[in-house]
Ligand binder design. Sequence first.
Ligand code: SAM
Length: 237
Amino acid sequence: MEDSLEIRTTRDGSRTLYSHAFRQSFHSMHGALTEASHVFLEGAKLSELFQSRKEMSILEVGFGAGLNWLLTASLALRHQVSLTYTGLDLQIPNADLLSRLSYGELIETPPLAQHLIQWRGTFDGAVPSGTYHLPHDGGSILQLHIGEATTANLSPNAYDCVYLDAFDPKSNPILWTLEFIQQLHDTLCGGGCLATYSAAGRVRRALVTSGFSVMRRPGPPGKREVLVARKPCPADP
Ligand SMILES: C[S@@+](CC[C@H](N)C(=O)[O-])C[C@H]1O[C@@H](n2cnc3c(N)ncnc32)[C@H](O)[C@@H]1O
């Protein structure tokens, strides 16, 4: 099924998409850029991590229009970190929508946005299910798995960070089940963290039951709290 999507402008001036299928916007209407930076980049403490790492691997559940990837990949390029970013989604918005979101204007490295738009433009309609590799200058690789996220093959101890950016648990329950959260825990390396905007009680409980240490953080505008969950290192007591 191809979703019907509409561009909306959020309060910080950045744009987002509204999904008619899920009856929800891809980002907070209080500010798409503000939310993405606060919840995911700051939640995962990427600026700190990128100063001490040469390589990072990040998994995103709900790649959408790629705003989290663009902000992350642009920061990785600034720190000369070689980033492997894996995005899971049912579909990627078409090239015209991606272009009208103007996300290239929000980052230090606008060619990254152009790279995604050009790739998306090679498909007439929906992107067929499968795995796509989009290498980029500077050692960054974007891997996109188009299809149902819960059936993606997630190897154990494969990622340093997970961004869980599905639609909310009420409208998108399949991506917030204990079973799926357990898979996300298992695919993280010890010491890795999962960042998400949801602070719902059942999400927090599923994270704890899966073995994470869960911290509440103050949320971005319009949201009291968000969560960061850390997978303990094997050496932790
Ligand atoms: C909140 S939006 C993601 C926004 C995105 N991170 C961005 O920066 O633009 C949620 C995404 O989850 C995807 N999604 C919903 N259910 C899914 C499923 N079962 N498997 C894979 N992706 C799914 C939707 O297609 C949508 O793109």
